[in-house]
Design a protein around this ligand. Sequence first.
Ligand SMILES: [Zn+2]
Length: 563
Amino acid sequence: MKKYLAILILPVVILASCKGKTEQKDEDMEKQFKEFVVKHEAAVKPVYKDMCDAYFVASISGKEEDYKRSAELELELTKIYTNKEDFEFLKKAKESGKIKDPILLRELEVLYNSYLSNQADPKMLEEMINMSSEIEMQYSLFRATVNGKTLSDNDIEEILSTSTKSAEVELAWTEVKKIGPIVSDEIIALVKKRNELAVSLGFNNYHEMSLKLSDQDPEEIEKIFDELDDLTRDSFAELKGEIDDYLAKKFNIKKEDLRPWHYQNRFFQEAPKIYEIDLDSYYKDQNIEKLTIDYFASIGLDITDMVAKSDLYEKEGKNQHAYCIDVDRAGDIRVLCNIKPNYNWMNTMLHEYGHAVYNKYIDRNLPFALIDPAHTFTTEAIAMLFGRMGSNAQWMQDMLGISDQEKEKIRIDGFNSLRLEQLVFSRWAQVMYRFEKSMYENPDQDLNKLWWDLVEEYQMLTRPEGRDMPDWATKVHIATSPCYYHNYLLGELLASQLNYYISTNICKSNDFNMQSYYNNKEVGKFLIEKVFKPGASLYWNDMIKNATGEELTAKYYALQFVD
Ligand SMILES: [Zn+2]
C-alpha cells in the first residue's frame, strides 16, 4: 500500500511547472483520486461479484457450506474498507476541497462514508457482531408458551387476528412479550457499545452516525416526520375510532377497555382487517410471472433478461422470502421469489422487479461506487410504487380484465384497506423512529416508559395498567437493524410523490389513485431518465427535486391517504 501512495505523489512534481499553482494542485488531487479509484475498483469488483453470487446460490440451496462461503466473501469485501491508509487518503482528498468535478465529488463522499464506518477499532466491531448475533439467536430460539403449548410468532399472530375472546388475546400477547426481559439488558449494552463506536468516529451517538453516514441529515428527517405527524394525526384519530368501534364489537367490550392485545397484531403495525375484501380470488388462476413481465413491458421497461437469471418458485431449503440483487452492477440482476398465485406474491413480484428495473437502468458509465440507487429508500419507493398496483382497481382491470362492476368494488374497498394500512403503518413508524432516536441519545433513561409514552401519543393505544416491562425490546429490528426503520416510511412518501407527479404530468389525470400507467411508455422513459439513470451520482434529495420539481415531502402521501 505504501508503494501505491508513493506512485500517486509522483505526478505532482512532474506537472508542477506548466500551470498556476492552485489550479495545478486541484488537478493533482483529482488525478490522485482517480488513480485511487482505479486501484480500489480493481480490488472491489471481483469480490463484490463473487459475494453477491455466493449469497444468491446459498439462499437457493440453503446449504451451510454455501452460506459459509458467502459470509467469507463478505468479510473479504469489508476488509478492503478497513484499510487505514486508504481512509487517510480519502480524508485528505475530502478535506483538501480540491475535488471539484461533481461526479468525482459524489464518488469521494460515498467512498469516504463506506470507509469511515469501518474505521473503528476492529476489536470493538467484532464484539458488536458477537453481541448482535447472540441477541439474534435469543430471538430465534424464543417461543411463547400458551396453556402449556409452544407457539411460533405466526401462531401468535393467528390468535391475535382471529380470536374474539379478550382473555385469549391478552394471554397470547403477554406471553409473546416475554422475550423483552430476556434480551433487554443485552440490547442496552449493545446500544452503548454502538454509541461508543460512534463517538470514537466523531459523532454524538450511533443514531446520528447512522443517518449521516447514509447521507441523511438528522434535522431534515426530523422535519419530515414532524410534518407527517401533523398531516396524519387527525385522520388517523378518526380511523382509529372506526377500528375501536369494530374491535369493541368483535370482543363485546367497551371501547375504553380496548388494550394493545386487541389490535390483531403484536405491535399494531399492520391494519386490523375491518373491511371485507378478498384480493386473492382475483389472482388464483393467474400467471404472476407473465403478468409482471407484460406489465413492465407495457410501460417500456424490459425485464425478460432479469427474469431469465432469477429464481422465482419454491424449492426445498430455499429462502422463503423475496429479494432483488444486483450481482455485478453490469447487468447481472436477479430476483428471488417463491411465487404462489395470490395477491401477496403479485404485490411482491411487482415490488422486487421495481428494484430490478431501477438497477438495470442506472447509467453503467458511472464509477462503480455510484452504480447504485440514490438511497436505499429511493429504490424502496420504486418497489412500493409498483407493489401498490396489485390492489389498484384500474391496474387489475388493465391486466386481469375484471368487469366495471368488480373494478368499482375494488376501487372503494381496495382503497380503504390501503389507506388504513398506510396510516396505521405511518403512526407505528413514528414510534420506531422517535424511540430509537431518543434511546441512542440517552440509553440510561426509563426506556419502558419512553416506549409506552410514544405508543400512546402516536398510535393512540392505551397502555396496560401498571405495566413496566421492556416491551420495546420485543421488536427485533431495534436490536438487529438499528436506525433503519424510518427508511420504509420515507419510501412510502416518495412513492406517493412520484405517483402524483406521474399521474398529473405524464398521465394528465387528477385521479391519482386510479392510475395504472399501463401501456404508457412515457412513464418508463421518465423513470429511466429522471430517477434510475443518475444512480447515486446525485444526492437523493437532488434527484427527487430534479425528477418531481420538489424535494421529498409528506404532502403527496397525505393527499393520497388523508382526507
Ligand atoms: Zn424492497
